[in-house]
Design a protein around this ligand. Sequence first.
Ligand code: HEM
Ligand SMILES: N=C(Nc1cccc(CNC[C@@H]2CCCN2)c1)c1cccs1
Length: 357
Amino acid sequence: MRRLQQEAEAFIHQMYREKGKPEAAGGRIREIAKEIQATGTYTHTYEELSYGAKLAWRNSNKCIGRLFWENLHVIDARHIHSAEKAAEAAREHLRFAAGDGKIRPTVTVFPQRNLDGEDPLFFHNHQLIRYAGYETGRGDPHSLETTHLAESLGWKGRGGDFDLLPLLIQEGEDIHMFPLDQKQDVQEIDIVHPEEEKFKELGLKWYTVPAISDMEMNIGGITYGAAPFNGWYMGTEIAARNFADSFRYDRLKETAEILDMNTSKISTLWKDRALVELNRAVLYSFQEAGAGIVDHHTASEQFRLFCGKENQLGRKVTGDWTWLIPPVSPASVHIFHEAYDNTVNTPNFFYRNNTSE
Ligand code: HEM
Ligand SMILES: N=C(Nc1cccc(CNC[C@@H]2CCCN2)c1)c1cccs1
């Protein structure tokens, strides 16, 4: 109780100070103290939930995209208690976030963790949109576990490389499964190359809205175990990791071969050349389709602006250098040559310790 009170006070003071009404904090803190006294916990107002979620984003040390933290759309779904309604809200989130190409950074907040440390609802999905992975080697190896869980609940995938996984939502002790509507909820882009016609023979595609659904959000001592959030992709995530990692889609060699590169020895740097072409193709394909995406150079410049603004406002930026540098040409962006304080502040997003499942 003491700890909850202290975390609540710290958050309320920060929020009211940043909103230019520090004198109003005291009254709200007393109100929260009474609620904690009476019930053991407290409930955020929508204003507190909204600002808290924005602060959680601003405090995300591994995130290069924080310049836009104040533009986060916060959907209050704390009235939802059934897996069915949660699935509908998740699908609505995806449709809203996709906009008509211009992706809206959005978080949907489901009911907070209860006093027994249980989440009324939570997602087993890593992201709301994700492709299945199979023992055959097809699909996304990163999804093997989630695919097994879906299959154990009766789901049958087609065994391809891009089969959309169903939503897997736990309500109490039971896991419920809901398919996404590929046409309404998911926008996908076929990956083509700006110059090389043959590139499309790779048969690659990816979805436009990354929506992380397996992290918990902590605001003022309250934990939201289901708070899926989306932004837009940085091209390297798809091209340099999802398509290139040997333990993911592992397409580097095939890309090099299709582009007639000399792959006879690693010292020809064919991997590096294939990586750049994959990244150019992903950026080109998304941009041609009018789908939101950012290249790692633009994203790094936006991060530089974010740091400048924060410093101007007298706030210290915290960051995790090892995640902030892009996986392609890292030393070609200024971030590589900077140092960042990796202190973890709250509000923030944290990994769920999945042992409870
Ligand atoms: C708007 C466009 C955004 C871009 C381009 C962006 C970019 C990124 C990238 C590239 C990463 C590293 C991911 C990886 O390497 O796997 C990342 C991490 C992260 N981002 Fe952002 N982001 C954006 C918006 C957001 C939003 C809206 C939130 C939350 C409200 C957010 C929270 C986070 C968090 C918590 C991490 C760390 C995840 C982890 O620890 O695994 N980001 N971001
Ligand atoms: N662009 C994004 N990328 C992103 C952000 C946070 C976390 C992740 C997932 N990181 C883990 C994945 C899974 C294996 C390696 N990368 C991606 C966003 C996702 C949600 C909001 S922005």
